[in-house]
Design a protein around this ligand. Sequence first.
Ligand code: MN
Ligand code: MN
Length: 473
Amino acid sequence: MEKKEKKEKKSELLLNTENGWNRIDDKELPSLEAYAKEYISFLSKAKTERLAHDFAVEKAKEKGYVSVSEKEKLQPGDKVYISHSGRTVFFILIGKKDITEGMNLLGGHIDCPRIDLKPNPLYEDSELAFFDTHYYGGIRKYQWVALPLAVHGHVVKQDGSVVNFSVGENEDEPVFSITDLLPHLAQKQAEKTIAEAVTGENLNLLIGTVPVKSTEAKLKVKEKILQILNEKYGMKEEDFNSADIQMVPAGKAREMGFDRSMILGYGQDDRICSFAAFKALMDMNEIPEYTAGVLLCDKEEVGSYGATGMQSFFFENAVAEVLHRMEKISLVDLNRTLSKSKMLSADVNSLHDPNFPEVSSPNNNMPQMNRGTIIQKYTGARGKSGASEASPEFVAEVRKIFNTNGVLWQTGELGKVDLGGSGTIAYYMARYGMDVIDCGPGLFSMHAPFEVSSKLDAYMTWKGFKAFLNYKR
Ligand code: MN
Ligand code: MN
């Protein structure tokens, strides 16, 4: 007897919007779970851009990558990296084709919204010691109070020596917190808008309460903190002036939901893409047709400024270093290599959140959790202003790559037209004339201390990135 068809045949004319968990092959589930586990472990360790950078460089070295300065000549199969200031790094695997035919590139950012310390952060008020802070990136300030926070410091002393420290990530270490008003006394605060209820100057971190015994010091609690910092790290107060000290939500990322289908953790924008991109490159065991490159960059959350942001010349300088080692020293070689490259600007997107349906783009134009990674043709705000829109030709290519490699994907639109907008590194890369499109999974609670992702969407992003790096055009 013939088996009855389980389901009615779907129309091939309509977009397939079925939930990814019903579309993914069950045989893939073990590798999806393995991927999620590895990603959660990365997210738990790489809490700052420096830690993400160092994690990647260390892993890459294990895979045979060396600093470009160690190579005089480059040939197919060679693996090198170029790093800047320990915060931005470009990994490249030389392919078989001449590099001036273009590269297949992925670019994500490893900086995340957080709370930085001011240059003179340490003060005492009412016999309590505090750190005064200046937040980094687009945080919603009310979300960062009354939470356990960890501190990660990179302190450069006058003699150039560096002290790196971290307090609050391990369970036996203390944490820190920004206090909030008790509801009993918050009547006036409650009348304010969310933007005004907790201000930037309210974000003061409580770090100690015990005074020194000496009777001479005026600020005895502050003095005590300085004593501790001096004992542990050899620091004096002026050393804060030449330091990067960041406060991030303390603790590890973890699985979320009774069905364990999601991941809750700090910094998923954009370490979810950075990890997927980096791992996709590290997984390449054969020499690819086209040179494959992965860019993990800094300062995206503040507009890509500075020497380690993508508005700098870091990327083209890095490519020039590579070309120089292939005896391609003309500007034309550099221009051709860049303009013929193709890139997925690997960044996260929003998702339809039924708690806030009023901001969702209607008519199947809002990404949904578990429908796979998101291809976003354009970003920008109010009339696509500031957008780097991908050509339909390139969108078609990416569609084909994903569809022929079993990558579940959907299109993206940040939300309702005219409500807001955003940008990524895409438009800085598009200046070279290369094809660029934004691609990555969606998140709930983006830029919040703990962001939510779907394991399936994270896995499909990695799968899509692998297929893209191996794309033969
Ligand atoms: Mn981002
Ligand atoms: Mn962001």
